[in-house]
Design a protein around this ligand. Structure first.
Ligand code: THG
Length: 366
């Protein structure tokens, strides 16, 4: 593909200088901002992520901040996950839906205080929906995008690296919990989370001016750990079944179709604007759902939806795919009709480079 022209609409991040110093080789655009996709090669980055530690510029995980007396009420309107048990110090993965039950985003919600939340969004303009609800319903809240940029530390040596910069106390953090940690006199929120299955942390860097100092400190402290700049890795995230909003599910899908039913408690999520719609579809169950698929052959890049066929009949789509060196097969994510979603079902994938045989899997790989 040709290169993308930089411009003000495609925002740089507080860490972009660090990313470029490591020789970033590819970018995508996510939330109108640059997201690195490859440093050495996707396969080299993959092996390194699974064996060492990487520092990721995930500033594209923008925050929608909700502040004020009605913050909790507005949060519950956005999601079918029951938020009543949420307390400061917790992060929740929360499907967010519109009034039809269609997915608008699949963010990580961070409860900063009783009356203050950050919604760490995937790639859609959720801010406008949240602002619209707040204004239309005259809620007592402020809704904005604050100057907060997440930096992820991911990989088997992430705990060691994070402890060197933030102190041994980070090791006590449980999955999807956060704490406040000091970096050069600045308070930072550090959570045990991140878009990989290798373990690690996300630092919510408040104030762009702290971006490069933190980046440099992590790179310096991790020299003997073989630390390298990295980014969400296509192969690893498919192996782990981590979904990509806009690719693996869209506004046309319910959370149940996306396989996110375990994050919904629609019956008790009183106030969720999609509650009635979701209760209706959850009763019957979805007629198509996300599945892991194994595909044979030398695939082209998955830069479009690939029809899944049983003979002349379309029975679904493949939405993400890549060659997995560790599992020695093409790993893929697709949306499969219920007639064909059972494990071991044989189907055909129609790509821009021909037709390839595929098999529905029982589970993801990691
Ligand atoms: N971290 C933060 N913000 C984010 C992402 C992130 N915003 C964009 C995008 N990623 C949102 N999507 C996801 C998808 C999966 C997960 C997190 C965000 C995730 N899932 C785990 C899993 O499926 O194994 C666990 C979820 C759970 O058990 O609660 O982590 O990565 N800040």
């Amino acid at each position: 593909m040709a290169t993308i022209a930089g411009s003000r609409r495609i925002r740089r991040t507080p860490f972009s200088d660090g990313v470029e110093a490591f020789g970033v080789k590819g970018y995508t655009v996510y939330n109108h901002m640059l997201l690195p996709t490859v440093f050495r090669s996707v396969v080299e980055d993959y092996h390194h992520l699974k064996s060492a530690v990487q520092v990721w510029d995930v500033a594209v995980e923008r925050q929608v901040e909700i502040r004020g007396p009605d913050a909790g009420k507005l949060m519950q309107m956005l999601t079918p996950r029951d938020l009543r048990g949420m307390l400061p110090g917790m992060c929740y993965y929360v499907p967010m839906v519109d009034e039809t039950g269609g997915m608008l985003n699949d963010p990580v919600a961070v409860m900063i205080a009783e009356d203050r939340y950050w919604i760490s969004i995937a790639d859609s303009d959720l801010l406008f929906w949240v602002k619209g609800l707040a204004y239309g319903l005259r809620l007592d809240v402020l809704v904005d995008e604050p100057d907060v940029s997440p930096l992820a530390i991911q990989g088997p040596k992430a705990e060691e690296l994070a402890a060197r910069v933030f102190g041994d106390k980070v090791k006590d953090l449980k999955f999807f919990r956060y704490g406040h940690f000091d970096f050069m006199g600045q308070d930072m929120i550090v959570a045990r989370s991140g878009y990989s299955k290798q373990g690690g942390f996300e630092v919510y860097v408040e104030g762009a001016q702290y971006g490069m100092p933190l980046w440099n400190a992590l790179i310096e402290a991790g020299k003997d750990l073989d630390v390298h700049a990295g980014c969400p890795n296509l192969i690893e995230r498919i192996e782990g079944g981590l979904l990509s909003y806009g690719n693996d599910m869209t506004r046309d899908n319910t959370p149940h179709e996306a396989g996110l039913g375990r994050f919904c408690s629609t019956q008790t999520a009183i106030g969720c604007v999609g509650r009635d719609a979701l209760l209706r579809v959850a009763k019957e169950g979805p007629v198509k759902q996300v599945r892991a698929l194994r595909i044979e052959g030398d695939l082209p890049p998955c830069d479009r939806e690939w029809p899944l066929m049983d003979g002349q009949r379309q029975v679904g789509t493949v939405t993400s795919a890549a060659w997995s060196p560790d599992f020695e097969t093409n790993v893929a994510i697709g949306m499969v009709r219920m007639t064909h979603w059972e494990a071991k079902t044989d189907v055909d994938v129609v790509t821009q480079a021909g037709v390839f045989p595929a098999v529905v899997q029982e589970t993801f790989w990691i």
